[in-house]
Design a protein around this ligand. Structure first.
Ligand SMILES: [Zn+2]
Length: 568
């Protein structure tokens, strides 16, 4: 049940499992990749700082002793593994989390010094403290690592000499220190709730960006242009948590206005935003211009993680399906479509939406996006189902299972579908004796027909509430709810100044032209596309349009692609 009067609540990690499809494939690869990280290598920079034996090769890149943010992602790797372990029941995740927490604790010393190198404590203390606190809390909550709870206040108090009294916005700041307090209040509030330590609460309050960001957003102002994109979207998670702790609805208005501004003025068809990591000034054709002036269109793992967290906060607070639409868009075309990392620190960072592009690694190893990639993929299970007061809301369509209790009865719901390549979805209920509850299905805004719904093969009428179709009945074991959301091609303009420059979409997916001919102008005729024979989800244009082929952006591996084309 939602703990508050909010319409929806998240399920715990253990309640949902992925059973197939592209999300599970991605999840399984990320699970294996992060489980394989070498503990000694991860701890080396911390052990060196403490003067302890430090076996293992240096990590290098951002993470190393002389790197951009030494030791920055340890807490995020711990968070990601704790979440995956809780969801999958893979005990090796909890074992690894416990070993990393133990190794980290041994480096703290008498002053509880948690920063791995001078560059960490001088330039990035708030950014890194946030990751440490979140990792420790999740090690305790999700992996049962008892000492992690005791480390939360120790690490916080040990960091106090290095962190500022108040938060500050880094707008326009191009030189170090770049430190970011933006999402830290969310972790500080959670740490306060876990430990009762009032100092954590006080510092959370001191770091909320009310005056610079949340207050003007809540008043309906567009304060996004020029700001660092990821930092300010992840800051909205602090607003989401502040609303729950403080009960102040201005934080909800700030989040709603920001989400509306992102969707209507900042985002590409993928749901990504922030070319060169900066919000554009609307109505000047700047998204279009950026297609030619940069290859750095969206900081994909970090940005997707921030946007999806915002989407979940808003879904829970409002129960409105539009927030699920936005979440779905950036999940399937952002984080799911990011390049696969290799085993030695090469990671995706920017996605490129210009012509004849390729998916590439970030030039420096172990960037910020290596931390948010595992957190974001671990959260796939969080985005599919939500608990309502009278049942369950299905937000994402993906082969999966959810377990919950309704009126004391154990219920499980199994979803079978080939979504996002096919719009047909079947939800099968398993329970011991009939129970009345409501199933809510998000009806995406991109759907331009009436969805058809049937229970056990018989059509049913469903009321639409806040964009969800509601089927309320006395469910018996084996009952199956079927839904068809027909997928059709459509186009979306890159911005309001360039209506003829469009991306091709089908259902929730952005399609790109694969292996475009060099130097040739791209143009697309959506209604002329036909399924190609080689693979489900791939489409071909007629010979008159050179037989170009189009595939979902998440299909792309090493081939070139073009996302935006001229319409017609
Ligand atoms: Zn990043």
């Amino acid at each position: 049940m939602p703990a508050t009067s909010d319409p929806l609540a998240e399920f715990d990690y253990g309640a949902v499992e992925l059973t197939g499809g592209p999300l599970k494939q991605h999840y399984d690869r990320i699970h294996a990749a992060y489980l394989a990280l070498d503990n000694d290598r991860l701890l080396r920079v911390y052990r060196e700082r403490a003067g302890l034996p430090a076996p293992g090769a240096p990590m290098g890149g951002w993470y190393g002793r002389d790197g951009f943010v030494p030791g920055h992602a340890l807490g995020q790797y711990i968070s990601g593994l704790a979440r995956i372990g809780r969801t999958t029941g893979d005990a090796s995740c909890a074992t690894k989390v416990a070993a990393l927490v133990d190794g980290f604790a041994a480096t703290l010393g008498p002053k509880d010094q948690s920063f791995a190198a001078p560059n960490a404590e001088n330039v990035w203390p708030c950014y890194i403290l946030d990751k440490h606190l979140a990792g420790l809390m999740e090690a305790y909550n999700l992996s049962g690592v008892a000492q992690a709870r005791d480390l939360v206040p120790r690490v916080f108090h040990g960091a106090l000499p290095y962190i500022p009294e108040r938060g500050h916005d880094r707008v326009g700041k191009k030189d170090p220190p770049y430190d970011e307090t933006y999402v830290l209040p969310e972790s500080l509030f959670l740490a306060y709730e876990l430990t009762g330590d009032r100092a954590l609460y006080d510092r959370a309050m001191a770091y909320l960006l009310d005056r610079d960001f949340f207050d003007p957003l809540a008043a309906g102002q567009d304060v996004l242009p020029g700001r660092h994109a990821y930092s300010h979207v992840i800051a909205l998670s602090s607003a989401g948590k502040a609303r729950l702790v403080l009960g102040d609805e201005k934080y909800l208005r700030a989040m709603q206005n920001a989400a509306q501004l992102l969707a209507s003025t900042q985002q590409f068809a993928t749901g990504g935003w922030g070319p060169n990591e900066t919000f554009i000034t609307p109505h000047q054709g700047q998204l279009y211009a950026s297609l030619r002036t940069t290859e750095d269109h969206f900081e994909t793992p970090c940005g997707s993680y921030a946007a999806i967290k915002l989407g979940r906060y808003l879904l829970c607070a409002t129960g409105e399906a539009q927030h699920g639409d936005g979440l779905e868009r950036v999940l399937f075309n952002g984080i799911l479509a990011a390049k696969e990392p290799d085993a030695d620190g090469d990671y995706p960072y920017y996605s490129t939406y210009g012509a004849e592009a390729r998916k590439v690694f970030y030039p420096r190893k172990w960037p910020c996006c290596s931390g948010t990639l595992v957190e974001g993929v671990a959260d796939y299970v969080k985005n599919i189902y939500f608990r309502a007061h009278d049942g369950v809301a299905v937000n994402l369509y993906a082969p999966s299972r959810v377990h919950w209790q309704e009126r004391g009865a154990n219920i499980s719901l199994e979803q079978q579908t080939d979504y996002p390549l096919d719009g047909r979805i079947a939800l099968r209920v398993t329970l011991a004796a009939p129970v009345e509850f409501a199933l809510r299905l998000r009806i995406p805004a991109w759907l331009n027909t009436t969805p058809s719904l049937a229970v056990n093969g018989k059509p049913v009428h469903a009321e639409l509430e806040r964009g969800f179709a509601v089927v309320r009945r006395r469910w018996a074991g084996g009952d199956t709810l079927e839904c068809d959301l027909p997928l059709q091609f459509r186009t979306e303009a890159v911005d309001d100044q360039h209506p003829e420059t469009v991306a091709l979409l089908c259902g929730p997916l952005v399609y790109v032209e694969q292996n475009p001919q060099k130097g040739e102008a791209a143009h697309v005729i959506p209604q002329a596309l036909r399924p190609a024979t080689e693979a489900q989800g791939v489409f071909s244009a007629p010979a008159s349009n050179r037989g170009r082929t189009y595939a979902p952006f998440y299909f792309v591996r090493d081939e070139t692609y073009t996302m935006y084309a001229q319409h017609g």
